[in-house]
Design a binder for this molecule. Sequence first.
Ligand SMILES: [Zn+2]
Ligand SMILES: [Zn+2]
Length: 302
Amino acid sequence: MQFRRETRLRSRPGAMKDNPGPYHKRIVALATKHQKDRVMAPAFRRFLGASVIVPNGIDTDSFGTFSGEIERVGTALDVVRRKARLAVEVSGHPLALASEGSFGPDPACPFFPCGMEVIVFIDDERKIEVVESDLTEETNFSSTTAASAREMQDFLEHARFPSHRLVVAPENEIAPGLLKKGIGRYSELEKAVQAAARGSSTGKALIATDMRAHMNPTRMAGLEKLAEKLARRLASLCPACGAPGWGVVDAVKGLPCESCGAQTELVARDIYGCASCATRLSKPRGDGQKFASACRCPHCNP
Ligand SMILES: [Zn+2]
Ligand SMILES: [Zn+2]
């Protein structure tokens, strides 16, 4: 892959501070039934001057649910694309937005849970798609089994109950009548746990964190940050063609070891790219770090 040198590209005169930007006063349709507009609308208003609306009649649960009644088909990116596409169709607006979360063990450290959020913006007028994602350990994602709510005080604390809500179901059984979501009161929890435990062959209920955005303030806070990252990126224009969505599209590993200079697995350079044309620019990593610690070096710390 070849990169143009930064010095050969100049910002277009249109990209000035007083320019209202590409999405000023535009409407963006958001596919959500979990109140994600609470955090996405302010970000799009602030950085782009755009209004986020939630069209009626979109059931995002049809793409899969966290509690497993409907299985998700395809990757998180496939799902966000389908959700955003549906928002375009239902609303008739050419601009749309959707996000999708996935939760599980941290791939690098399986004893810790982590969350992955993907957010996509589509612009059917310019025929562009801009994606941002975030992998975080800042999640309460967890589950336990118990016959009574009294047995699980540690879990409740870890799950940040009751500010973060819970889902209860019989362990090892599929019983839609005994699946309760959005539980936010102790009395309600005790009742659901006892009923689910009675309905399970193991005599126990499965209790899990409710990961739907409007039931989980930690997840909502993560979405807010990601929506801001996306909105800022959409306000950033390609230096060559002026299209919105200029930002990091790839990374080159090989940050040199501080001790021996060997290349490490750490990112050395970020690759910036345009959502519309083929322009790419290579820049040193954004945080200014020039060397990797020797403990990340394959020679110094094999
Ligand atoms: Zn080294
Ligand atoms: Zn471009």
